[in-house]
Each structure stands twice: as C-alpha cells, then as structure tokens.
Design a protein around this ligand. Sequence first.
Ligand code: UD1
Ligand code: CA
Length: 466
Amino acid sequence: MQVLGVILAAGKGSRFKSEKPKVIHTLLGKPMVYFPYEALLSLDPIKVAFIVGHKKEEVISTVKGFPQADQKVVFFEQVNPKGGTGDAVRQALPLLKEHPDKVVVILNGDSPLIKGETLKEGLKKLIEHSLDGVIFTTILEDPTGYGRIVRDEKGHVVEIVEEKDASEAQRKIKEVNGGFYIFRVQPLLEALKELKPSPVSGEVYLTDVVKILHSKGYKVDTYQTPYWELLGVNDRRQLAEAEKLLLERKIENLQREGVTVRLPETVYIEWDIQVGRDTEIEPHAVLKGKTSVGENCLIGVGSILENTTVENNVEILPYSYISDSQIEEGCVIGPFARIRNQSHLKEECEIGNFVEVKKSTIGRKTKAKHLSYIGDAQIGDNTNIGAGTVFANYDGVNKYQTSVGNNVFIGSNSLIIAPRQLGDWSFIAGGSVVNKDVPPKALAVSRAPLRILEGKNPLLRKDKNS
Ligand code: UD1
Ligand code: CA
C-alpha cells in the first residue's frame, strides 16, 4: 500500500521557551523532527509533506539535510502557526487531493519515539480491518496534556477530546492520543472541510476529524502501543526523557550487533554512530558527531570521541579526548590524551599520558608516550618522541610546520622550534633546543654544561639553621 506522509512542524512550542524552533532541537545529535521522518521513510512514502510556520526558514534548511529529502519532501506553510493541528494538515490539501485513493500517515513533529515498525502494524490493521482511520494510542496512569480517546458503550471510538476542552469525567480517561494517525485520504478530505475552531482555544484541532468521520459512518479504530513510543516533547524535561529512551534504543541496537557496553546508563552515543563488532565501550564514554569506531576496539572510561574515525583494534585508554581526527588500525591512545584538529595517526602509533596532538600526522609505529605537545607536525614512521617534547609551532603571530623523518629519536624534554625539518635517523639529545634543521643521521645536542661542585649541597651549609 502506497502512503503519503505529513509531519506537523509549524507550532511555536511555547512551553519549550526557546528562540530556536522546538522541532529542530536535537536528541542524540539529530533534530527532533528527524525521528518521525525516519519512521515514515521505512514505509517508503510517495511524498512527505512538512508543515512549517514558526521560524520556517530554520526548519526548512534542517529538513533539507535529511536523507532522500530531494526526492521525498515537500514543504507547506501554515500562515498562522497557532491555527492548530487541523489547520496545519489543511495546508497539505494540494498534495492530498492529488492522491484521493491513497492513505496518509500524519505524525506530530514533536514526538520522536515512534517506530517505523509500529506504523507498519497500524497500516496492516487499517487494511485487514477495512478501516478508514487508525489512531495510535496508549494507556497512561497520568494522561495530563494528551487528548483523550472517547468510546461508546460498544467500545467504538467516537471522538478525541483535547484536555483544554474535556469535561471532568473525560479527563479521567486514561487512553490517550499519541499524535500519530493513518487515514484514507478521501474520507479525511471530507472531514477536513468540516473542521471548526474549538470554542475553548480557538484552534482548529486535527483530532476533531475523528468525531466527524464517526458521524459520517466511517470506521476509525485505535492501535495501542507502549507509552514511551508516543511521548510528546513539549518541554525540556520531556526532551531529556525522550533522549534517554532513544539512547536505550541506540545501545540495544549496538548490543545486537555485537558491541559490549559497560554500565550503559552512563554512556552517551549519538544516533548515527557506527561501532564495529567486539568493541567494548566503558562507562561514561561519549561518542558524538560524525564518529565511527571499527571492530575489536576499546573505548576507555570517560573518553570522548567527536567527529573521529577509529579503525579496527584500537585501544583508547581512559579519559582521552579525540576530535576531528583519524586513528588507524592498532593505535594505542591515552590515558589522558588529547588529539584534535585533523590529526591523523597511522597504524600502531602510541600516544600516551598527557600528550596533545594538534593538526599533525603521526607515522606508523611512532611513539609519544608521555607529556608532549605535537602541533602542526608531519612525523614519519618508527620515530620516538621522548617525554616532555614540545613542538613550538607559534611565534605569537604565525603558526609554522615541522617535519620529522622516519626512525628519528627525540630525547626527553626537547624543544623543536618551528619551522623545522629533522631528517631520517636523526637523533636529538634530551633537553635540546632545536632551532636549526637537522640533517639525516646527525646528532643534535644543545646543553649548558653541567657543573659539579663537590660538598656544596646548600642544605648542608653549616650556617643554615643559625
Ligand atoms: C496534540 C494532540 C493531542 C495529542 C498530543 C500528543 C491536537 C489538537 N492534539 O496535542 O490530542 O495527545 O498531540 O503529543 O492535535 N503544530 C503545527 N501547527 C499548529 C499547532 C501545532 O504544525 O498550529 C505542530 C507542532 O509543531 C507539533 C505538533 O503539531 O509538532 C503537535 O502540536 P502541539 O501543540 O504540541 O499539540 P499537543 O498539545 O501536544
Ligand atoms: Ca505536543
């Protein structure tokens, strides 16, 4: 069955208290309105109409970045974003009228937990029971804020009553409207024509189509889902609640693919992140942005990966922070390492404790294991960078590059003043200040001579305590 989609995203979201449109606030790094769109995509819709209004430019530019947006998405503007959800759906009339014999799936843009699977089940029910509409509902102990499903003595759905408009008795109904609907287009078009503004709020409610369809003898039924699939995000507390639920879903997906996540309730992994099989993610890890992690890696306690590609068999020891970088196979990083700005670590590098690497390439099997700053450097293979080495890349005005060859040995506490070139097999003695280029195979030493003054330990001076 071919379907159309409509996503309501024009509302102001006043309860959210934000300058930014509510539906583009992010959950696990994705705009809220992406999630209902993703669920719809799994039905392979003919078109998805986004109803936009409040700050529409921001919503439109966000949605245009979604997968398949070029082929699938059409925008309709709701001039009065307080007109209500019925007024919003009416904006999509031109699309609906083109497909009177199809089915339309209408989703609230502020309800990110709906699953494609659930929509498919609802669609199946519509077809198998020859219904004209299916409303996705759930039972809530505390139904506050949701529209209530009103049934007659026989249990047939009669109408949806909005909380603002509900009587005392209706407010006690625990079955609520999730804000997701499937309708046959022709009956919906008939009902949309008859919608009138609520005398209480002045809004035109989409939910009123249920009463109209019922009165015209059309058949509308419900499809019940677990409560969390219908969670609507009206304020920041619900945003946090929805993000937590999505995170559980994300982690479950990773676990199913063979990823171990220790103390999963402490980690944060964004929606798009890929992690390979047999990788272990330790507590309090954060994986965000355009990050991917290969197979059989370790992401240690408290580590942060942002816009970073990690290949297979990489160990990231605790409390390392890696951003905008590429880590090749077999590297060992951390604990407490900082790698950033388009750094590229080639195979089997070791970057250890308190080492910062900025905009640098580190060659194969090169090691910098303790207390270093490596900035704007291209370093070859099998090179050793001793503890405390600093690449001085900045003279207060400009940044300069350093290139270090293969098999170089840089002794501890050396200062390499850029721009500099250190040739293959060069050797920098510990404590040197390297302010000239070093040719291949050369030894570079700069050291103030050490003086030994026999018996002159100042702590042992005779007059010390007098
Ligand atoms: C709506 C339903 C309610 C349901 C609840 C589930 C109506 C009248 N009520 O209430 O029965 O229980 O969702 O979460 O539909 N929007 C527009 N244009 C408008 C108003 C809203 O595009 O004029 C969009 C909003 O951006 C939002 C969605 O529609 O994405 C829902 O609007 P909202 O005002 O949050 O409706 P609720 O009061 O939550
Ligand atoms: Ca809502």
